[in-house]
Design a protein around this ligand. Structure first.
Ligand SMILES: NC(=O)c1ccc[n+]([C@@H]2O[C@H](COP(=O)([O-])OP(=O)(O)OC[C@H]3O[C@@H](n4cnc5c(N)ncnc54)[C@H](O)[C@@H]3O)[C@@H](O)[C@H]2O)c1
Length: 330
């Protein structure tokens, strides 16, 4: 049984904590927030101990796994400190996205995990679904042939105006991670961005990407569209076929080239995914399974290395909006 603590008890930390209690190989033992009332409320609800500073909790409870669900500037600046503290305490860490809003601290998080030989995962949950796995299987079976292009899009409403780059840095770790999952590393980016009426931040954007393997791709994203209709779509095409993955888990369809019969998977009514929360359950369960199995840190699905790679793509996109240039991913 792996002992688990959660640091940062906002809505997402509470969700992580609640979900660990559903996972057989995990035992939630403590929660921490620098705001006493938040730690106490979560602890009372979950039946575990409350702490108000992470190092004390790590010393007293000695967890095997720590979820870092803090937020901060651009939803990411507060992840660095507790992640480093947990790694220094010998814990495997699952960190929320963006793993950090700046590149240098994100690099330090990855370097620390490597030096300690510990697993660092990032909660880029959107691809931890049966439909995405099926699309990946089709790809691995060669049913797409030589990969050519990817079109990715995601749109939700988020009125946060705290940083001009909030939409790009906070939303798009998810979409870039899905794109990298299917098509590999991205080497150059161009980004146009716009502001919805009344907004001060770059709240809608399109990205043009070139991948290292020659695949070309587009990403369209927005923090300006109310919830309700579908919110995410991923289309990947190669010389032998093309798939369209709708809303992460709802449906994926393979269109074989030159064959009018398509294959389709729809989320089943029984034992299917219930809602967005299940993407968290699947992602967290996978991290627990991999840690329990002694998976090598460099084999972790959705690792810190993947999180860092996504942030570097987004840093290039920000530079592209500022300069108008195509920017290499460094
Ligand atoms: N994966 C997803 O689909 C998804 C969806 C939404 C949000 N998120 C991410 O989840 C994270 C948390 O979001 P939220 O809305 O719950 O944020 P929040 O701001 O409501 O909560 C963060 C909490 O962390 C606490 N905190 C900050 N530094 C701390 C520290 N050093 N030690 C202990 N506690 C500390 C704060 O007091 C706060 O209560 C963000 O990074 C966000 O981007 C992910």
């Amino acid at each position: 049984m792996l002992r688990v603590c959660v640091i940062g008890m906002g809505p997402i930390g509470n969700r992580h904590a609640r979900l660990y209690k559903q996972i057989g190989q995990a035992e939630l033992v403590g929660v921490c927030d620098i705001v006493k009332e938040k730690a106490d409320a979560a602890a009372a609800k979950l039946g575990v101990r409350a702490f108000y500073d992470a190092p004390t909790m790590l010393t007293v409870l000695k967890p095997d796994i720590v979820s870092v669900t803090t937020a901060g500037v651009e939803n990411g600046s507060d992840h660095y400190l507790p992640t480093i503290q947990a790694l220094d305490a010998g814990c495997h860490v699952l960190c929320e996205k963006p793993m950090c809003n700046e590149i240098a601290p994100a690099e330090a998080m990855v370097a620390k995990a490597k030096a300690k030989g510990l697993c660092l995962g990032v909660d880029m949950n959107h691809r931890f679904t049966p439909a995405a796995r099926m699309a990946k299987r089709w790809q691995d079976e060669g049913r797409l042939g030589h990969l050519l292009f990817i079109n990715m899009s995601m749109w939700i409403m988020n009125p946060n105006e705290t940083s001009p780059w909030f939409h790009i840095k906070s939303l798009h770790p998810h979409t870039v991670d899905v794109m990298r999952y299917f098509c590999g590393d991205i080497e150059a980016v161009h980004c146009f961005a716009t502001k919805a009426p009344g907004r001060k931040i770059w709240s809608t954007a399109t990205f043009n990407m070139r991948f290292k393997n020659g695949v070309v791709g587009t990403l369209t994203g927005s923090y300006d569209i109310q919830r309700g209709h579908p919110m995410e779509r991923c289309e990947v095409a190669g010389t032998r076929g093309r798939f369209v993955l709708e809303d992460m888990w709802r449906e994926v369809t393979l269109y074989p080239a030159g064959n009018l019969e398509k294959s389709s998977y729809s989320n089943p009514v029984f034992d299917g995914m219930r809602d967005f929360e299940d993407t968290f359950l699947n992602r967290i369960t996978r991290f627990v399974e991999q840690v329990a199995a002694g998976t090598s840190p460099d084999q972790i699905d959705g690792s810190g290395v993947d999180g860092l790679a996504a942030q570097k793509v987004l840093a290039a996109a920000v530079e592209s909006v500022e300069t108008g240039n195509v920017v290499p991913v460094r």
